[in-house]
Design a protein around this ligand. Structure first.
Ligand SMILES: C[C@H](CCC(=O)NCCS(=O)(=O)O)[C@H]1CC[C@H]2[C@@H]3[C@H](O)C[C@@H]4C[C@H](O)CC[C@]4(C)[C@H]3C[C@H](O)[C@]12C
Length: 325
């Protein structure tokens, strides 16, 4: 399972948890402006916006899972198994392979408004990257500081939904995820008052009782509600440290611990990494299951006019700061 979220303080933040039972070999990868983006069915882009994100690099191609561009637009792909469906190549549309979707949007669009324009003529096609890396069944969150959308390519066509809550998990399709929030409209960060019966002397005996009923399990439907509640009620200072810290706490509400979600005998899905991008400033913060310390890569510390990918392997292993030795 995975969860993606947006957050706005002084700057705009965008990130996700990547939950899975193994890693493909992820690296924080910067695609500079002159890296030649080759696409399978449309012309190459020689000059484009610079991108930073988490990717598996294969044959010098950045297979992004989530990323932002230098204009402050963010995008993340999350599993949508059983619902995602991609088309065959068609005429008079932009035929973009599923693995090219993030590069296609982030290399050319400075905002969600511009992304919507490209989405009008896109056809997400079923061309696999390679035999070893077949199609991934995904849906996507695309956001800038003003708005957020969900994109789902299904057997009945491409759906582009306004995403007012700024979060995404996995199945079921987005409209059903949003609908279930109706079931939780009574939840509140405030203490409840007794509306059950005025004849009964009921007492709010513990803090946090306004959220009683918030689902605590790891299913994607439950994570959607939990992270939505956490995000919309989230309160933090505006500084970079306060915002980044709060963002990791928001996604911490849906963190997956090894042992709680068995995918088969002896194999468990865990939160492999959590990312938080400052999309305004082009900084990619992350921590991993094995390393809770926040590490960061700043795209503006690199030569963004270059034509070569820059990759940073993830820093693993807990970094513990002893206070008395
Ligand atoms: C496994 C990842 C999604 C994690 C997730 O959503 N887990 C939820 C599991 S569940 O539904 O709830 O069961 C997805 C997100 C991005 C995907 C990668 C990107 O799409 C980039 C390429 C695309 C290639 O087609 C396949 C390899 C790949 C490198 C993908 C591997 C894998 O499918 C990734 C890493």
């Amino acid at each position: 399972m995975c969860t993606a979220a947006t957050y706005k303080t002084k700057d705009f933040y965008f990130g996700r948890t990547l939950d899975y039972e193994f890693s493909y070999g992820d690296q924080v990868t910067i695609t500079p402006r002159s890296f030649p983006f080759h696409f399978r069915h449309v012309s190459e882009l020689k000059n484009h916006y610079a991108i930073i994100g988490m990717a598996h690099v294969a044959g010098n191609y950045p297979l992004y899972y989530d990323a932002i561009n230098e204009k402050g637009l963010g995008m993340a792909g999350l599993n949508f198994v059983g619902n995602a469906s991609y088309s065959d190549v068609q005429s008079e549309v932009d035929n973009i392979a599923q693995f090219e979707f993030i590069p296609w949007i982030l290399s050319q669009c400075s905002s969600v408004t511009e992304a919507r324009e490209l989405l009008h003529r896109i056809n997400i096609v079923n061309t696999p990257f390679s035999e070893q890396l077949p199609l991934a069944q995904l849906h996507w969150l695309i956001a800038d500081e003003k708005e957020c959308i969900t994109v789902e390519s299904m057997s009945d066509g491409l759906h582009v939904y306004d995403n007012q809550v700024g979060v995404l998990t996995n199945n079921p399709p987005f409209p059903q995820q949003m609908f279930q929030l109706n079931n939780y409209m009574h939840l509140s960060p405030k203490q409840p008052v007794n509306t059950f019966s005025s004849d009964l002397n009921l007492n709010a005996y513990s803090r946090g009782m306004g959220g009683l009923g918030l689902p605590g399990d790891l299913s994607s439907a439950s994570r959607f509600v939990r992270v939505a509640f956490t995000k919309v009620n989230s309160f933090s200072g505006e500084s970079e440290m306060e915002s980044v810290s709060q963002f990791f706490h928001i996604l911490g509400s849906v963190d997956q611990q090894r042992g709680c979600c068995q995918v088969f005998d002896g194999k468990y899905e865990i939160t492999l990494y959590t990312s938080c991008c400052n999309a305004t400033k082009g900084i990619y913060y992350y921590n991993t299951y094995e390393n809770h310390q926040i590490s960061a890569v700043d795209m503006h510390s690199e030569n963004l006019d270059s034509d070569k990918l820059v990759c940073y392997p993830l820093i693993q292993g807990e970094q513990i700061k002893y206070q008395n030795r």
